[in-house]
Design a binder for this molecule. Structure first.
Ligand SMILES: [Zn+2]
Length: 476
């Protein structure tokens, strides 16, 4: 039987506000356990939450960037459940009245644009963190994360393959980072994703029973976990079994998912409006103010790069996938005025060095100024492309300017005609046989003379000048 896969994703993104959503505690990652807490985020009796306006504005930015309609009025609800990392016994979230709804983004699927719907974006608070002691039968609770603001971005079940799901996540991640409202760090959990997966026979309209997958902390893991889950469900159905509604935990090390619990329904949480928080009213003026603050988004930047810099779509895609990289590239272009050359060097050598070191472009030892200088030196004929290839690893290792490295290595290209003529004359005189053959019609021998000239000058001769001079001199 042929099956179709149906995937919907729920993304939780931690917002980069300085303070928590309902109190003034710091949101900084990595403090001593429970050092960023107060009576509000500890859930002590008698306290009242006060909403952080920045959280609403950040959530509005993401809503506008993903074409959501921002509701004129929205409100918070209590999601009730018991767990030791949730001191109040409920999480303040949004339920019936979310901040925004009905958004969409586009994905490139097989060369065509595919629209993926966003059901809603809502605000909520994060829970604390449990740490389990390997050697003692105890667990510790760290509430530094309790009350850190999150947005949950819920997609429609519009994705049909693990690779579409991974693409969708990358697009969302890109937008959040471009907006500077989330650092996107998946390992530290500031960008997390749960997936709802089901299969159905090809052509069937109704959705199959879905399983929810959790604990996938990289794009690669999301794809692997989804592939595994789809195979598991197909196998189950083909063997006459049934998919049950449940939450499954992905285990990266063993490459399998494990059933965690039967999936709860929304009504299990006994949602009700939070009586401590008034509804949030959003008027048009506020929306417009936020809209004006939006930076250029990845898609728009990609199109601008293609148009303004005349670089291929592929280059523009790579260069804009990371905001910092796109800024680095633009800086290089601004300084050297050579967009395609800049793109080749950034995407080639620079990205290769960075990938090998797993280093971020922000920590690249080759500054935009140094790279632009190097490109300008090639353009001015001071060094050849080949010489540049030789010095760029040193630029990366030492962080020195290309001029400095050229000087230290004595690498300046020979562009002095008189000096080159002397070298070429010597080569011609010591190879009379080849000269005669060349003049007799064996034009392929031209390369031999170029090779000799480069060897004699240790690769420092300006290749164009060598070509021009040799042509004249060999013509006899
Ligand atoms: Zn607090």
């Amino acid at each position: 039987m042929e099956f179709e896969t149906v995937i919907g994703l729920e993304v939780h993104a931690q917002l980069l506000t300085d303070t928590k959503i309902f109190c003034g505690c710091s949101t900084k990652f990595g403090g001593a356990p429970n050092s960023h807490t107060c009576p509000v985020c500890l859930g002590l009796p008698g306290v009242l939450p006060v909403l952080n306006k920045k959280v609403v504005e950040f959530a509005m930015k993401m809503s506008l960037a993903t074409n959501c309609v921002i509701n004129k009025s929205c409100s918070f609800a209590r999601k009730n459940y018991f767990y030791p990392d949730l001191p109040k016994g409920y999480q303040i979230s949004q339920f019936a009245y979310p901040l925004s709804e009905h958004g969409y983004i586009f994905l490139d699927v097989d060369g065509a644009q595919k629209k993926i719907g966003l059901t809603r974006i809502h605000m909520e608070e994060d829970a604390g963190k449990l740490m389990h002691d390997e050697h003692n039968p105890v667990s510790y609770v760290d509430l530094n994360r309790a009350g850190v603001p999150l947005i949950e971005i819920v997609s429609e079940p519009d994705m049909r393959s693990p690779s579409e799901a991974a693409d969708y996540l990358k697009r969302l991640h890109e937008i959040l980072v471009y907006l500077e409202i989330c650092d996107g760090n998946m390992e530290e959990g500031s960008f997390r994703c749960d997936a709802n997966v089901s299969i159905r026979p090809m052509g069937q309209k109704e959705y199959g029973t879905r399983a929810e997958l959790k604990n996938m902390n990289s794009f690669r893991n999301v794809q692997r976990a989804l592939e595994y889950e789809i195979k598991r469900q197909q196998y189950l159905v083909e063997c006459g079994g049934k998919v049950v509604q449940e939450t499954r935990l992905w285990d990266d090390a063993s490459g399998v998912s494990i059933s965690m619990r039967s999936k709860e329904e929304a009504h299990d949480y006994r949602y009700f409006p939070d009586p401590d928080l008034v509804p949030i009213l959003v008027d048009d003026a506020w929306v417009e103010k936020i809209r004006r603050e939006l930076p250029e988004l990845p898609l728009a930047k990609r199109e601008r790069f293609i148009k303004d810099y005349q670089i291929p779509e592929y280059d523009a895609g790579v260069l804009t996938a990371d905001k910092a990289l796109s800024q680095y590239y633009e800086e290089v272009v601004k300084l050297c005025g050579k967009p395609k050359q800049a793109s080749n060097w950034v995407m080639g050598d620079v990205l290769r060095f960075l990938n090998e070191d797993k280093r971020d472009i922000r920590k690249c030892p080759i500054t935009a100024v140094a790279l632009a200088d190097m490109i300008s030196l090639i353009e001015a004929g001071k060094i050849s492309g080949k010489m540049a290839k030789d010095i760029i690893p040193d630029m990366y290792k030492t962080g020195l300017s290309p001029q400095k490295i050229i000087e230290e290595k004595g690498l300046v290209q020979i562009t002095d005609e008189g000096e080159l003529i002397k070298t070429l004359t010597a080569i011609i005189e010591s190879n009379p046989g080849q000269v005669a053959d060349y003049r007799g019609g064996k034009e392929k021998l031209f390369g031999f003379f170029v090779g000799q000239a480069m060897k004699a000058t240790q690769g420092k001769a300006n290749p164009q000048l060598v070509n021009d001079l040799l042509k004249k001199m060999l013509a006899g």
